[in-house]
Design a protein around this ligand. Structure first.
Ligand code: GLP
Length: 244
């Protein structure tokens, strides 16, 4: 695990953008793993700017997002599909059919299980993920792999922990239905990515970051699984790194 500490959140986004551009410009068929949440928004803004500056094209890029809510349509403002369209896909030249976000728009558990299996299959068919971007939850989750998730887990249905529901409440209107379930890549799925880049910024993440880097390997801190990955980079601003 390589840990990089930079002065500001802006520097973290620039570093991450450099890594993404490098993958796009060096791989013949680049496969990106993408994340949602507020942390990677600065990265996506930077990528859009670099795309406009003609540093790279997304024509050859295939993308796989980590997770999606169950219980809201993918057209809902707060779906992760809508998030990706809003912050990245609609501003670049990526082909729609090359963008994948887990399909979770069903209440039927068998349909969702099938969808999870298909997702794993599609990642394999694409040749695996070259670079997986990650954020980290306050409780150490990655994707929606909440504490107690198995390090061997694959794409599946996950119940969100109460603290995650509370943390993500800010994105939903007062009184609006908020999902408690998600379809998420598993920790095992994430660990199969050829390289991983986890971004964390801000003081609020300092405890989770410390547990991920200095704590024991533990299902109670899902991100600690990254200690097992040969090509994992953790890029932090000084606030997120303040307890190391
Ligand atoms: C969500 C996402 C995660 C993300 C986390 C932290 O729960 N499923 O992928 O890393 O939130 O988000 P933020 O960057 O907003 O703190």
């Amino acid at each position: 695990m390589q840990v990089i500490i930079l002065p500001s959140a802006h520097d973290v986004a620039l570093y991450a953008a450099d890594r993404v551009v490098d993958v796009i410009n060096t791989k013949p068929n680049p496969v990106l793993g993408l994340a949602t949440g507020s942390t990677p928004i600065a990265l996506y803004k930077e990528l859009v700017a670099r795309y406009h500056a003609k540093e790279m094209s997304f024509r050859r890029v295939v993308s796989f997002n980590l997770d999606e809510y169950i219980g809201i349509a993918d057209t809902h403002q707060q779906s992760y599909r809508a998030f990706m369209e809003r912050y990245l896909f609609e501003h670049i030249d990526i082909f729609d059919e090359n963008t994948h976000v887990p399909i979770a728009d069903s209440q039927d558990v068998n349909v969702l299980k099938r969808s999870a299996q298909d997702y794993e299959e599609w990642i394999l068919q694409a040749g695996g993920i070259d670079l997986q971007i990650l954020g980290i939850g306050l409780n150490g989750h990655i994707g929606f792999n909440e504490p107690t998730s198995s390090f061997a887990s694959r794409t599946r249905i996950k119940t969100l922990s109460e603290s995650t529901v509370v943390a993500n409440k800010r994105f939903f209107e007062e009184g609006e239905y908020q999902p408690h379930l998600a379809l998420t890549m598993g920790i095992g799925t994430i660990l199969e990515s050829k390289s991983v880049l986890l971004m964390a910024t801000g003081k609020a993440k300092a405890e989770a970051v410390k547990a991920m880097i200095e704590g024991p390997l533990s299902a109670m801190c899902p991100a600690s699984a990254l200690q097992l990955h040969e090509a994992a980079t953790i890029v932090l601003d000084e606030d997120a790194a303040s307890l190391l």
